[in-house]
Design a protein around this ligand. Structure first.
Ligand SMILES: [Zn+2]
Ligand SMILES: [Zn+2]
Length: 273
């Protein structure tokens, strides 16, 4: 069913908020007939925070982000790559880097030391508050108007794309997750006249975007980003690079991909029958 398709946004249990080992996911991917799985464990390092708290979970223990931790994770991915390639599964190792101003130096340094197959970048919040945690999202919504919030969000994404160290931007309208209920349906088109500058920057630096199906898990009817944004991106030749479930447990792998492949048709090879 999914034999031509890759899930390129997957959190194994190296991410603090995820469950399921790399092997658990690979077995699930083979059962589902996926062609490829790309792991994108969280890497959140804010250089502005002296008491920086970013970590990875290794063998059930929280370990501070370090070269050793990165090496451990990537070696685990490479081992799985060898183990599961016989079953027809391509396994790739990347990160979902939380974007913080100045983090690009650290990421460029990591890229020079390690083979990182995929650098996905995400802006998860505004002013230290997270858009993906309901209480914090509500705080953001009381501090800013919808327009101010979205302007700040896209400004951060714009800076992120301009660093030139990332391949792809994750869930580029994730402000809808809790924002739709708070602000109402106007949020579905608030990007118009705002996101175009971001697309220009993405095109200049060859950064693509993903279709992220986790919006369905969050009770929304449209993926991240919504159809209006996808169509705008197409009209500006901004590249749809990946399809991702943002799975945080194996059962969520390739969520809704049957329908999503119709939306992200660029990623499905043409088969002449
Ligand atoms: Zn994310
Ligand atoms: Zn993610």
């Amino acid at each position: 069913m999914c034999d031509f398709i890759a899930d390129q946004h997957v959190h194994p249990d190296y991410s603090f908020d995820a469950e399921g080992s790399i092997d658990d996911y690979c077995r699930m991917a083979i059962d589902m007939g996926l062609k490829e799985i790309c792991f994108t464990t969280h890497f959140d390092a804010d250089p502005a925070r002296l008491e920086y708290e970013g970590y990875m979970v290794i063998d059930g223990r929280r370990e501070k982000l370090s070269d050793e931790a990165v090496d451990h994770y990537l070696k685990d991915v490479r081992r799985a790559q060898e183990q599961f390639s016989a079953g027809g599964l391509m396994v790739r190792g990347g990160f979902e880097f939380g974007y913080f101003p100045g983090c690009e130096k650290m990421i460029a340094d990591l890229k020079s030391k390690f083979q990182i197959d995929y650098c996905l970048a995400a802006v998860h919040g505004i002013g230290g508050l997270c858009l993906c945690i309901k209480e914090q999202a509500r705080q953001i919504f009381t501090q800013y108007t919808m327009e101010q919030m979205v302007d700040r969000y896209f400004e951060a994404l714009d800076q992120c794309a301009a660093t030139g160290v990332f391949d792809c931007l994750a869930h580029i309208d994730v402000y809808r997750r809790f924002g739709l209920e708070h602000f109402g349906p106007e949020i579905m088109t608030i990007h118009r006249g705002r996101i175009e500058k971001l697309f220009e920057t993405m095109n200049r630096h060859q950064v693509g975007f993903e279709v992220n199906t986790s919006a369905i898990r969050h009770g929304l009817h449209e993926y991240y980003p919504n159809m209006d944004i996808i169509n705008l991106a197409r009209s500006t030749d901004t590249r749809l690079l990946a399809l991702g479930s943002d799975a945080h447990r194996p059962a969520d792998l390739a969520l809704d991909f049957d329908a999503a492949t119709a939306v992200a048709y660029e990623l499905v090879p043409y088969v002449d029958e």
